[in-house]
Design a protein around this ligand. Structure first.
Ligand code: URA
Length: 434
């Protein structure tokens, strides 16, 4: 008779610290014990840092992902039908960017085109914003849905955006811990975090928006491609067709960065306006989702023009208790940054803006902290825009003006005015499929 394997946290940490491979049973044990509160936060912090520094190979990452899925519920919408046909479900996940409010218009566009979107979302991570923090700036919005409520809403509205907490609860704990221990930017930790939630949420197909650039966790196209490949393979191994777009994240998406400000910009897009880059990425991701779900009868751009996507968004917010009639919060204090000279804006760096917005109070620096929904920044002049000396380039909002010096320091050196525009690169850098 063989005894059950038994591990202890210092041994597992030491193994990875010294560059070893974690055996499957050690991964299963540490994820289960940490989720149950039997591995201390300090111990998991040390293990995360060891993984950050030493990495995990493909087999370790696959096992880590499977253990995180097994830590909670796994939803299944396979039985849903509409009009006598199985209801096609599809979701997208972004690896995180600055000003990335795409999920908001996107789920509504895809629902208006006839596919259903179960979107398990998270909160802000590091300098990047989180969909739940954004949506909770809408008065009354409730992201705590049960699996049954999600299924009901997929039938009635065509989309639900909900807290991923009961799915892969190990990830919810690890995500919060990584956010405050400088262990976010690790390829296997990002891949397993994204895919554990997304595979547990039960969507029939998945599209990944893998961000590349200063404001992304992956700074180079090579790293982003590696991350995308890893996640596409994890999806395939679990029977979920997965494709990826690699998209530009050196400049913030759109003009609004910060929770409520981004909701406002998403509403502009849904009303048929909004910044061209936000519209273009929404439409491209919607087309990719509809193709992978096999539902491509309606042109996604049309749903923004004819108001059908806005109708879906309003229905989704109302179904989750939100009141779009209530004013969105705006930080009580506002400071403007102006151009020191005339010319053309040549650079607005996504990381500088993301960190400034985080300093203004839109993100967290400790576990469980409240974010300021009204904190954020508006980019008045984007790369390529002409500007005169003294004209506003940024407006910064916060409820706590003592944060301004730190936010201004983050922006310092993160933007430039020159004589001629720098050549603009493409927004979509690559498409990857199995
Ligand atoms: N999104 C996630 O869900 N997890 C990460 O680690 C990064 C982005």
């Amino acid at each position: 008779m063989s005894a059950a394997p038994s591990f202890d946290a210092p041994t597992v940490i030491g193994l990875k610290r010294d560059g070893g491979r974690l055996p499957d049973a050690a991964i299963d044990w540490v994820i289960e014990a940490y989720t149950a509160g039997q591995v201390a936060e300090a111990q998991m912090s040390a293990l995360l840092m060891a993984i950050f520094l030493r990495g995990m190979d493909a087999a370790e990452t696959a096992r880590w992902t499977a253990a995180m899925i097994a830590s909670g519920e796994r939803l299944d919408f396979g039985g849903l039908a509409r009009g006598g046909r199985p209801l096609a479900t599809v979701d997208k996940h972004s690896t995180g960017g600055v000003g990335d409010k795409i999920t908001l218009p996107l789920v509504a566009v895809v629902a208006a085109c006839g596919a259903a979107v179960p979107q398990a979302s998270g909160r802000g991570l590091g300098h990047t914003g989180g969909t739940l923090d954004k949506l909770e700036s809408i008065a009354g919005f409730d992201a705590a849905l049960t699996g049954a409520q999600v299924a009901e809403q997929l039938q009635s509205v065509g989309a639900a955006i909900f807290a991923a907490g009961h799915l892969a609860p190990a990830d919810a704990k690890l995500y919060a811990l990584r956010d405050v221990t400088a262990t976010v930017e690790s390829l296997p930790l990002i891949a397993s975090s994204v895919m554990s939630k997304k595979l547990a949420e039960g969507a029939g197909a998945l599209v990944l928006d893998v961000k590349v650039g200063s404001g992304a966790f992956m700074k180079s196209r090579r790293q982003a491609g590696e991350l995308a490949r890893m996640m596409i393979e994890l999806g395939g191994a679990h029977g979920v067709p997965t494709t990826a777009l690699l998209t530009e994240m050196s400049t913030p998406l759109g003009a609004a960065v910060g929770n409520a400000l981004e909701v406002g910009e998403a509403l502009d897009v849904l009303a048929g306006g909004g910044p061209p880059d936000v519209v273009a990425l929404t439409v491209a991701l919607a087309a990719e989702m509809l193709a992978v779900a096999g539902v491509d009868r309606i042109d996604p751009a049309q749903t923004l023009a004819d108001g059908t996507a806005m109708d879906r968004f309003r229905a989704l917010i109302a179904a989750q208790g939100g009141d779009l009639g209530a004013a969105l919060p705006v930080g009580r204090a506002c400071e403007t940054v102006t151009a020191p000279r005339g010319g053309v804006v040549t650079r607005v760096d996504a990381l500088a803006v993301g960190r400034a917005v985080w300093r203004l109070g839109a993100g967290r620096s400790g576990p469980g902290q409240q974010v300021q929904h009204g904190a954020g920044l508006v980019v008045h002049r984007r790369p390529g825009d002409p500007v005169a000396a003294g004209e506003p380039v940024f407006s910064l909002y916060t409820d706590t003006p003592e944060r301004y010096p730190a936010a201004m320091a983050e922006l310092e050196g993160g933007w430039q005015v020159g004589d001629a525009p720098a050549p603009a690169g493409p927004l979509i850098l690559d498409r990857m499929a199995p």
